[in-house]
Ligand binder design. Sequence first.
Ligand code: HEM
Length: 444
Amino acid sequence: MPREITALPGEVGLPILGHTLAWLNDPIGLPTRLRAQHGDVFVHHLLFARPVVFAHPDAIGQIFADEGAALSTAAGWRPFFGRVLPGGLLLRDHEDHRHHRGLMQAAFSQAALRAHVQVMNARIEPALEAWSEGGSGPQTRLAVPSFRQLTLDLAGALFLGAELGADLPRLTQSFERVAEGVAGVIPWNLPGTALWRGLRARASLVAYLRALIPSRRAAPTPDLFGQLCQAVNESGERYTDEELINHVLFMWMAAHDTTTGSLVMMAYELARDAEWQERLRAEANTLGPNLPYERLGEARETEQVVNEVLRLYPPVGSVPRVTNRETSLGGVRLPPNTPIRASILLAQRHPAFWSDPARFDPDRFSEARAEHRRHRHSFRPFGGGAHTCMGLRFATLQMKAVILPLLRRFRLNLPPGYVLRIKPTPSFRPADDLPLLLTPLNAG
Ligand code: HEM
């Protein structure tokens, strides 16, 4: 017999705010404690919702599979993206989602990724060169704004086209306002709020992109927007102008904070683990500079570190869904309109599937240990099922393409006595932006 939702354990925290403040303060410790105390399914109260949280990989697999189409992804994500970034793939369900996603596949083909790596390499080296301008001694650099600037610059060129040149900084600035609008806590569109600024910035980006569409439709370009403008399915269907704009803006958002957060957390872990930093530097020096798509695949130890960082600090820590009719999940009967969360974070730190789960230990992803194969759904940083991340390969390539040249150029250290405090939004990252000590090395 499935359990009733009213019989589930859990905590609701403070009146109105629930656990929101505690979560903002300790976004990894709080859910870890709740799971340890209440088990693999519990209820809590966060960001004005009272979701049922599922932490066991079995239930997470069930949520991603969504057999019988009982879950709405759009209803889950609407409170986060609905106002500023409508129409993206996560705001679409079932048949409508399949149609929109199908049209997008070609933009993520191997040929497209190969071209993207070339564009990335051409921009990463000069950006890191500029990081060396402080001279030959150690210098402190705030990791979050530095990596954010770099990923924004890359995304501008990859998504809209490097040839937009002088317009790109202005466009990425508008995009940052859009991203702040998504993350804003005040839900009303009042002058001066992040939402208000975000919507204005969105309007200016929409106007710019709309003007670009005729030329991108007339002649193919390798950037993502250009690829989407060319996209056509077997029935000859294409995206409308409105849909094209919505998709590229949503994609930009999906790519930007997730990659920035992962790069920052990777720099943090490498800065405090001299042995792994050296192992990756040795790999970087063996492989050499400006690695094309195929050769990035050879960076195996770097891949283990990327995986371990995505396991410990999954940028999308929990995936929201809402039941659209009565259904059963993880042995619980859920009525219609129940908000639920698949906790990627908790599955990836689940003590039944990972040894010493809180420890940074990239060798757990080695062929010899392969802890990630203990359960099909215990390692799901990119989600699963119909909504699996479109940018999965893109993201890992980008992380490798940045970290390898960075380690060839610099030794990374933390300030003496540094204590990490994590904040949860827009994705896990150090609350103080991480003051990283960079010492230039000789390799160029
Ligand atoms: C480390 C980086 C990234 C992580 C951890 C990540 C994670 C995820 C996750 C967990 C989902 C599924 C959400 C759900 O099921 O509700 C998702 C969806 C998505 N991601 Fe990523 N993502 C990353 C980077 C990217 C990049 C670089 C792009 C684009 C180039 C991208 C584009 C998308 C899109 C379009 C979706 C929606 C797919 C759909 O609804 O069919 N992501 N991502």
